[in-house]
Design a protein around this ligand. Structure first.
Ligand code: ZN
Length: 150
């Protein structure tokens, strides 16, 4: 199973819960609040699904609903969201090395990030650092991918 490693990391309940926490955190950072309607449109799910996931995340202690402020992340929720965000940044740093456009990157990262084990993310992070400190090696690699012109 793709998510079997997750059993040893109880802080992250499920792939889709990660998506929600990530997006709620982004919306709050961007706009100061996260409305159900914005979460739904950004994740392309129904508002009813958002409501039930928000309820579940609330029960698990990741967020709270306050009458005037709306959804807020608890310390636990913020810690997990920050961790998810950091992982996204690591992947983005890695994919940027190869000149992929931002839209492709974002789409692909969203598709894979919740399936990667911490070990794999760590390797990609090291690889990004390695290429960053060895730009000649990166150039050589990029050059090797260009179609031959002979
Ligand atoms: Zn992400």
């Amino acid at each position: 199973m793709l998510n079997s490693w997750r059993m040893s990391t109880p802080s992250l309940p499920s792939q889709s819960a990660e998506d929600y926490l990530e997006r709620i955190h982004e919306l709050i950072e961007e706009k100061g609040y996260a409305r159900v309607v914005d979460i739904a449109s950004s994740l392309q799910v129904r508002q009813a699904s958002v409501t039930s996931m928000v309820q579940k995340l609330g029960e698990l202690g990741y967020l709270n609903y306050e009458k005037y402020r709306g959804l807020i992340l608890t310390d636990k929720g913020r810690a997990v969201a920050t961790q998810i965000q950091k992982r996204h940044e690591t992947l983005s740093r890695f994919f940027s090395l190869f000149g992929l456009d931002e839209e492709t990157q974002r789409h692909d990262i969203e598709g894979i990030e919740h399936h990667l084990s911490p070990e794999t993310v760590e390797i990609l992070s090291s690889l990004a650092k390695f290429f960053e400190s060895n730009p000649e090696t990166l150039k050589q690699f990029l050059k090797s991918r260009k179609p031959r012109k002979d």
